[in-house]
Design a protein around this ligand. Structure first.
Ligand SMILES: [Zn+2]
Length: 111
């Protein structure tokens, strides 16, 4: 039985040794590259978020809106927005515990 659709080459390494790999969440057939292991679809509908949309998201973040409101307004996915915010505010310094505060002694009842 011949394939219903021809297998596209791998977008990463251009290898043609590609196998079918089921479907993604929206039901589009996915392929798996045997060369580099990348999973991909034939013609992706959504590309990376463009730079001007990223700039809009940065401005909206300054307005103290909720992340959901920003995702709705800028029409980006909530998962992309959360990853973007995490990248933006990542603090690579190691966490150092503060020394414990001196404990205040409780007053004894009768004296
Ligand atoms: Zn590949």
């Amino acid at each position: 039985m011949p394939d219903a659709t021809p297998k596209p080459p791998c977008p990463s390494c251009r290898a043609t040794h590609v196998v079918r790999n089921g479907h993604n969440q929206s039901g589009t057939p996915t392929f798996l590259c045997r060369g580099c292991g990348r999973r991909f679809v034939a013609d992706p509908q959504a590309g990376p978020v463009p730079a001007d949309k990223e700039a809009l998201v940065r401005r909206l973040l300054g307005e103290r809106l909720s992340l959901r409101a920003i995702a709705r307004t800028a029409q980006v996915s909530r998962s992309w927005l959360q990853g973007f915010v995490n990248r933006l505010f990542r603090d690579d310094s190691r966490w150092q515990p503060e020394p414990p505060r001196p404990r205040r002694l409780k007053k004894s009842g009768t004296s």
